[in-house]
Design a protein around this ligand. Sequence first.
Ligand code: 3EB
Length: 362
Amino acid sequence: MGMEQRLIASTGTAPRTAKPRERRCPPTLVQYQPGAAHPGAPSDAALLAEIAYGPAHGVDTADPRRILIGTPPIGTDNRELWYLPEGRTERGWSGNIGFATGGGYLLAHLLAYEAPDMNLAALTRQSYHRLLAFVRGSPCPHLLRVWNYVERINETQHGMERYQAFCKGRAEAFADAGISPHSFPAATAIGSPAAGLSVHLLAGSRPGTPLENPRQLSAYRYPPPYGPQPPSFARAMCFRGPRKSRELAISGTASIVGHVTMHPRDLGRQLRETIRNLDLLGDHARLSPRAPCDPPLLLKVYLRDPRRMPEVAPVLQAWAGQPVQMMFLRGDICRRELEIEIEAHTSTPHPPAARLRNVDHA
Ligand code: 3EB
């Protein structure tokens, strides 16, 4: 985390503190920063979003860039900052959709509640209809990454798990919008006791390249036992970041091989299986093994049981190497037997790391 603060300092007006051997990498599109959300509005014009995590979902009507997600932090507070190194964001509200956009990216979000005449499937379909229409009508019509937070995701209702109802509504909205599985975004879907359905997304002016994991069946091909409609997401999305960096957004990844849950309720083994899945996705896109000058790897870890965090952190730290920014959140994974889900993000500067390594070794 210290590293990324230095990076920001080195591009701003602050005095240069770089030591001779320190690497210079450009500021990244997204970063995790320890600490609670600022009480006031962020002053930075280039900030796309400031996402904080706490006991409930929330939005800030005064500043649509600020959202609160109801998956509480484990250990330290963390904020997630989406940031354009150059340029200004425009922002506003369109109905219940809050948005900020700039430099070819769009961050949009929505928080909606079930009602007597609107069950979770219907609410999800309606919410996605609105979000997809808004994205399609914007200068950034290509979905890259979506986060979904679903109230009581593991409960059964109307003979269906609520996660399945969510998947049904989402799949119907994608079908209605004419979005085929080959254009599905990377995604996370996590449960919490927090009231409401919270969806936030990143979209771009240019499409990304979705990636699948050869070790896992594509989620959109999961067979019927998992629900009437399979989940609508890609395992990862590769896209151009600011200053031509290469961004890799890896979806929530769990201990699933093929379509089968491995090591039910065994956190230690699930962690290792999840790492194998992350490794394989990373191999595709050179996430792992990591070159010495690769930019920070961001890991967001959702745990069903927050007390297990001390077992998980050192394993991930050892696997990832330095530098890594880790955020631990308390959340319910969409299959009851799953204890852990991990999402990741990396940014590789342009020109590629090879040139930066030469500088380092000079
Ligand atoms: C899985 O691999 C685990 O429904 O959007 C991970 C990431 C999972 C995203 C989603 C679900 C979703 O099936 C669950």
